[in-house]
Design a protein. Structure first.
Length: 447
């Protein structure tokens, strides 16, 4: 494989973790190390196996026409470094990743030196890059293409977007992405999982992003459907939707940390473009928990030509809830609300004090939007979304989410992709985060 250094059989290394205060020396040995360096040829079509150790040295691409298969139980570690020394795994347009872990043998992406037994504090962020998937599905730009953020603009393999709604970038299943978000310069951090123009034939479920310096999962257009996602303790948004993402999602969890921004930010693009969609995702069964004591940010933010629908979800914030951007621009978020393209159906909002701004309009110029707020309050009643205690227990140290709770007043599941369930929020009787996520191991999410 071009650009790849051969591994050294039975090479024993003692790794000292030096990147974060409070870390201890790692007490494990690495055998059969593969240091992956991409000099343009990508990974090739190959399989990474759980009996070997893989270290990403810089930006490593799965090129057009290549397929990277990663066995269940494999650990991939990214070398530390900022700017040009950042490490990340990028699946270029036309490439595929087949990463199918299991609940007992997840595939883990983390930083070099992480022994998975506490050598890296759970809260550590920005220690390596992240995982990026790029596809040929439509995005909301004039050209239908763009250069993905987080990698140098000089890299031609960073282009994404195209006409194929059913594009297939592969499979991510039972994958844990930890401690990423390297800054490559001028505030250009890498998200934990970046999805640029990813098509609906791509399969993504049971994916964790924990303690990323930037967003947890960011969608740049595309139509990929995602289920059973969990994001916690990130430095920006848990989920960020841009450039007209119009896929479906179910069973998403977001737990804010002290450095977090929104649990969900939905934007269509920088302007309304003729004959192009804004952002209209349909999301069922979310459980979003705002940072206790934080009054800085909205839990959910519709802005810049972003719309969409949230149903059968539990939305908890100690002070603020969902914001809808008001402007007089055609196709902006308030216009989408008026046309029926923004809606919150059969959700539970808490703490339950109707005087708190749990759904409100705002304008960039700070002007009073009390008339619009009244309209939004009336809409909550029409949508069947109510203020009620969902039974979540939240304290300053841990975020404890509820066990199965039955709710008879459920919004209909009108698309066959969704799994019809009888509970609001992301959890029923199946504790699907147990056994493969660090958020569960650390006690941040504990149904």
């Amino acid at each position: 494989m071009k650009g790849r250094k051969p591994f050294l059989p039975a090479l024993m290394l003692s790794l000292v973790v030096i990147f974060s205060p409070g870390c201890r020396k790692s007490d494990y040995s690495l055998e059969l190390i593969n240091t992956i360096t991409d000099q343009g040829g990508g990974t090739g079509t190959t399989t990474w196996t759980r009996d070997k150790e893989y270290v990403l040295n810089g930006f490593v691409f799965v090129n057009d026409g290549q397929t990277l298969t990663i066995e269940a139980g494999t650990v991939v570690r990214g070398r530390t470094g900022q700017g040009s020394l950042a490490s990340a795994l990028i699946v270029a347009r036309g490439g595929k990743i087949i990463a199918e872990g299991s609940q007992t043998q997840p595939i883990v992406f983390t930083v070099e030196g992480d022994d998975l037994e506490g050598s890296v504090p759970v809260e550590s962020r920005g220690l390596w890059g992240g995982l990026i998937l790029l596809g040929n599905a439509p995005i909301h730009t004039e050209t239908g293409e763009d250069m993905i953020e987080g990698i140098p603009v000089s890299e031609p393999r960073g282009v994404y977007g195209g006409p194929d709604e059913d594009d297939n970038s592969g499979i991510l299943r039972y994958v844990s992405i930890r401690h990423g978000g390297t800054n490559i310069g001028e505030g250009n951090e890498i998200n934990g999982l970046t999805l640029g123009g990813v098509g609906r034939q791509t399969l993504i479920d049971h994916v964790e992003v924990i303690s990323n310096a930037d967003d947890g999962v960011e969608f740049f257009g595309g139509l990929v459907n995602c289920s059973n996602l969990v994001v916690a303790g990130c430095g920006d948004d848990a989920y960020d939707i841009d450039q007209g993402y119009a896929g479906k999602g179910q069973f998403w969890v977001a737990v804010e940390g002290e450095a977090s921004d929104h649990c969900l930010e939905i934007s269509g693009g920088t302007e309304a473009l003729a004959n192009l969609p804004g952002a209209w995702p349909v999301l069922h069964n979310l459980t979003f928990v705002g940072e206790p004591g934080s009054q800085r940010r909205d839990l959910i933010h519709f802005g810049h030509f972003g719309g969409g629908f949230i149903l059968n979800s539990i939305l908890l914030h100690p002070e603020k809830g969902t914001a809808v951007r008001y402007s007089d621009l055609a196709g902006d978020s308030w216009a989408l609300f008026e046309s029926g393209d923004v809606g919150l159906y059969k959700n539970l909002l808490f703490p339950g004090n109707e005087t708190l701004p749990l759904l409100y309009a705002y304008a960039d110029d700070g002007s009073d939007r009390s008339a619009e707020n009244t309209i939004l309050s009336d809409s909550l009643i029409a949508w069947g979304t109510r203020y009620d205690d969902p039974g979540l227990s939240v304290d300053d140290a841990y975020r404890l989410l509820p066990p199965s709770t039955e709710f008879p007043d459920m919004a209909a599941y009108e698309n066959s992709w969704f799994e019809p369930v009888s509970f609001k929020g992301a959890f029923g009787s199946n504790n699907w985060v147990e056994g493969w996520t660090l958020v569960h191991e650390a006690g941040w999410v504990n149904p």
